[in-house]
Design a binder for this molecule. Structure first.
Ligand SMILES: C[S@@+](CC[C@H](N)C(=O)[O-])C[C@H]1O[C@@H](n2cnc3c(N)ncnc32)[C@H](O)[C@@H]1O
Length: 256
């Protein structure tokens, strides 16, 4: 799902990644002098924003997708970016002040193990933080997409990320953090927005098959894609010309 083009990802959900990275860094209290690890770094939206605050030499990243890791290395030269899943982080114990995962916990094959690895590499008292989209409600792009898909093809309901993916609510994320032994666990909604030139600027990246929604759109035949495209346009209020959408992710943080 995430082995495709990094450029397409950045035009798709990645469009929200930079402002969300800043919101995450504020939420985790990351400022100068802090060493940061970005777990599930993807193309490096959060890692890039972290480097602007703490310097690339103080930033590391890990992601199982080789093309995304390559893209992150190009985006954040000087950062230590490695191909690895959260469940098996190739870093020593206690070596980061802040360990963060932006929009990645829900894709881990074993999230409790991934979070316990995040806690292991954080220094005692360091912050461990993550966020996951509010797929069920306030992540407008993906909510509108699945509402449109289910209208056109009721059978697609089982593929809706709000049903498919875990940890997309504050209480579930908070429980995952507490069960990993993290202290002073807090959750908060982080809202960002992205701008689109027009409706096709939003629609075309879906067809590249990135992520669960892209994989579904790309699996349809041309008639199915045309019907979904039209329904999605209606869900979004039939925009003509430029528009913006808001997206809310649930953030969680705790101390190792
Ligand atoms: C929606 S993308 C988010 C990427 C990036 N953090 C961002 O905010 O743009 C999800 C990322 O999770 C990564 N991922 C999937 N399974 C993972 C795992 N087990 N451990 C860590 N990352 C994983 C994917 O390769 C992908 O880069």
């Amino acid at each position: 799902m995430f082995e495709g083009s990094a450029d397409i990802y950045d035009r798709f959900v990645g469009r929200y990644g930079v402002p969300l990275g800043d919101a995450m860094l504020d939420f985790a209290g990351v400022g100068a002098g802090i060493r940061v690890l970005d777990v599930g770094c993807g193309t490096g939206a959060l890692a890039g924003q972290a480097a602007a605050r703490v310097g690339a030499a103080n930033v590391a990243g890990a992601d199982p997708s080789e093309p995304f890791v390559e893209s992150c290395r190009r985006r954040v030269p000087g950062a230590d970016v490695r191909v690895a899943p959260a469940e098996s982080l190739p870093f020593d114990d206690d070596c980061f002040d802040a360990v963060m995962a932006q929009l990645a916990v829900q894709f881990m094959s074993d999230a409790p193990r991934g979070v316990s690895e995040m806690a292991r590499v954080a220094r005692p008292g360091g912050v461990v933080a993550a966020c996951v989209w509010d797929y069920a409600d306030r992540m407008r792009l993906l909510r509108a997409f699945w509402d449109a898909a289910v209208t056109v093809d009721p059978g697609s309901a089982a593929r809706d990320e709000a049903r498919l993916l875990r940890y997309a609510k504050a209480d579930e994320l908070g429980a995952l953090w507490s069960e990993a032994g993290l202290a002073d666990v807090a959750t908060e909604g982080l809202e960002v927005e992205a701008a689109y030139d027009d409706f096709d600027d939003l629609w075309l990246p879906f067809l590249a098959g990135v992520g669960p929604a892209g994989a579904y759109a790309a699996s349809l035949d041309p008639d199915g894609q045309a019907a979904l495209r039209e329904q999605l346009r209606q869900e979004l209020g039939d925009p003509s010309g430029p528009f913006t959408l808001t997206a809310l992710a649930w953030g969680v943080r705790g101390n190792a």
